[in-house]
Design a binder for this molecule. Structure first.
Ligand SMILES: Nc1ncnc2c1ncn2[C@@H]1O[C@H](COP(=O)(O)OP(=O)(O)OP(=O)(O)O)[C@@H](O)[C@H]1O
Ligand SMILES: [Mg+2]
Length: 342
């Protein structure tokens, strides 16, 4: 079960307006201000062990979301009174199940993430993500803040953006949250995002895939690092089954993980970012105080619990090879991450 309700957020420090700036866009022009509603799972067909499938109706559609590379649209579910983002997976990929499993893993770890369900729209399978931009909260993306804080930062360059380093992200957090404790909490949360990425092999934490949520309270802005979202590029979702089987048979899952190129760089001189696992390995050496709490959460998982989370994807939504590979990938990463503080 997911548990990323915004009501769990206790820490909401003051923000520096100068570092955050004005939002350059609203999430979706037609996205209404939302209050938390009842569980929308009742809109789907619930099977005992499998994840439910939400059936999205055409009359709920609000409009497309232009950001990001995949086809997707916002809709308003009248039963849940919440805006949701339906995402079509790219052809021949498991991006939809990768989104769902990753959200469930984050939930199991007690990490802050957007809620995700498997969904169908006009017979097509996808995933749906509950908007966290509600109740007057606005999402400000990483690139909008990096542009203000890091001289010469190009907010429009997503690929090969070697200025998207952990150091520059820390600079943004330090500027956005002027109080020391606010900045520390922000970094702890971002470290959680990175540990989750390392566990699920998410290579897509680029500067539009994280941000802060802010809200005006009286004369001040208050905010926090937004829940983790967009985990579609994880768990070997792009592989063909034949390839998965071969890698499993040859014991080369670790090699696949190691070869992953992450979107957060370690240094601006690098030609490509380290794998999400390698990034955490390096960051936990330089910032043990920030990464240890997130790594300690991994003790809540073992291979059996990972298998259970994967097995709840309905049978015909994911092949047995894809399941075996996803579990092996997370099992490998879990082992490696567990070594970091031994
Ligand atoms: N749960 C959410 N709540 C609010 N806004 C969201 C949420 N999920 C996504 N968004 C917004 O929608 C945009 C596109 O969504 P998302 O990143 O999931 O799409 P994508 O096509 O997979 O992106 P990418 O090109 O990074 O692969 C995000 O950059 C963010 O602005
Ligand atoms: Mg994205």
């Amino acid at each position: 079960m997911t548990c990323s309700r915004l009501c769990r957020v206790r820490w909401s420090p003051c923000l520096s307006e100068e570092a955050v700036g004005a939002p350059t866009r609203l999430l979706s022009p037609s996205t209404p201000v939302i209050t938390l509603g009842p569980d929308p799972r009742r809109a789907g067909v619930t099977m005992p062990e499998s994840y439910p499938i939400v059936e999205v109706l055409p009359e709920w559609v609000l409009g497309p979301e232009e950001m990001g590379s995949k086809e997707k649209f916002w809709y308003y579910d009248p039963d849940s009174e919440t805006a949701w983002l339906f995402k079509h997976p790219q052809d021949n990929t498991g991006q939809h199940w990768a989104e769902k499993i990753s959200a469930e893993v984050a939930s199991r770890l007690g990490m802050f993430h957007a809620r995700v369900e498997l969904a169908k729209f006009q017979g097509k399978r996808g995933s749906t993500t509950e908007s966290f931009s509600r109740g007057g909260r606005e999402l400000i993306h990483g690139n909008q803040m990096l542009e203000r804080v890091v001289r010469g930062y190009d907010p429009n360059k997503i690929f090969n953006q070697s200025s998207h380093t952990l150091t520059n992200i820390w600079r943004v957090i330090d500027r956005v949250f002027p109080e020391a404790e606010g900045a520390r909490q922000g970094k702890l949360r971002f470290a959680e995002h990175l540990v989750l990425d390392a566990l699920i092999g998410n290579t897509d934490r680029h500067h539009e895939n994280w941000g802060i949520l802010r809200k005006r309270v009286g004369i001040r802005w208050r905010g926090f690092i937004a829940p983790s979202f967009d985990h579609a590029s994880s768990l070997g979702r792009e592989l063909r089954d034949q390839d998965r089987d071969r890698r499993l048979k040859e014991g080369r899952v670790g090699y696949y993980v190691q070869r992953g190129r992450g979107a957060v760089y370690w240094s601006e001189d690098e030609r490509h970012g380290p794998s999400p696992l390698e990034l955490v390995r390096q960051a936990s050496r330089t910032h043990p105080d920030l990464f240890r709490p997130a790594l300690e959460k991994l003790a809540r998982l073992d291979e059996n619990s990972l298998s259970d989370l994967v097995d709840r994807v309905p049978n015909d939504w994911m092949t047995s090879s894809a399941r075996a590979f996803a579990v092996a990938l997370m099992g490998h990463s879990l082992g490696q991450l567990g070594e970091l503080f031994r």
